[in-house]
Design a protein around this ligand. Sequence first.
Ligand code: C6P
Length: 415
Amino acid sequence: MATSESDIIDVESIRADFPILEREFGGEQLVYLDNAATTQTPEPVIETIADYYRHTNANIHRGLHQLSQEASVAYEEAHDRLAEFIGASGGRKEMIFTRNTTESENLIAYSWGLEELGPGDEIVTTEMEHHSSLVTWQQIAKRTGADIRYIRVTEDGQLDMDHAAELITDDTELVSVVHVSNTLGTINPVRELADLAHDHDAYIFVDGAQAVPTMPVDVEAIDADFYAFSGHKMAGPTGIGGLYGKQHLLEEMEPFLYGGEMIRRVTYEDATWNELPWKYEAGTPAICQGIALAEAADYLDDIGLEAIERHENELAQYTLERFAEFDDIHVLGPGKGEQRGGLVAFEVEDVHAHDLSEILNDYAVAIRAGHHCTQPLHEKLGITATARASFYVYNTKAEIDVMVEALDDARQLFA
Ligand code: C6P
């Protein structure tokens, strides 16, 4: 397959780092375009995982023996590395490892939301949120008597910022917003929203699941109070994610889970909490995954996040160009020439997204079909399901051509 047509990054040598891309199905080479769901894993990360289990595996912060000490240091340093990766100057004290973005959202909802919210308080979020935040805040609102307000999404898939300015008031306690929409591809003005929130003494939580893997993120430049992401979407393993929080907020908040590791001193009557970030990491954590995530951060930094962002935008723009050849393909989100993340959700008239995905699978092309965990947004748009192609560092225009040819065959099958 033709690979490197990008003058932004050396796709050919990057592809060589990802052994899974060599897989073939029915004689066709895999075209993996489901990266917004999960990205593939490069050799250095696979090696780090294997190396950890071969040479270092032990529980952390419990043993005085050599293995435990080595594992503890590597796991602690991984927190510093991820803090640095997203621009958090407080290092490990501002970087909690969780299982994923969903758990990071729930941590804030339970530790902060349940304690701080009450009747009359408002949570302002958006119509394009992923279920991980939308459902979580809905349930917390129900339990606390707080209200939820949704910032409107405009016809061209942007947040209506006039509406945001109307909704964010002195009653607002939290603004919760997705940085890059996993359905529309929209890149939201998170700094502007943070300023609006702070003008009204509210906090801002940013869902960075689709941003951290694909663009330079600086939580301090955004002035985010909380920022969440997942390891498995950024060339890291599953089972590990991150939550950034401003140190003074993490210090004030109650723990999320109780148990071992998160305590300082325990009596039969009570307990006190460990220092940050361990106060929020109860039980034995995902040690190997945390260490491997730091390796993934190194891998992405070596390529360069600006370059990754440009490469993804180029692939998204190319996809829009190719789709424009068909008048029965309708794309969600910002149009051609506008800045967007590296994903394109679309509909093909008279062909259900699930049928498309199945037919593309026969060509070894992996895309996602469904509501992508944004069901209310799909309902607002009057659609039950869309197909979605999402890109990463190793994808090429040639692969998009393979997808478009397969789509064309699918259209003709249903014509
Ligand atoms: N979106 C997708 O295919 P977890 O599952 O916790 O790692 O990530 C949740 C999540 C939160 N926010 C956004 C914007 C996301 O895109 C996701 C995950 C996947 O689009 C699975 S639904």
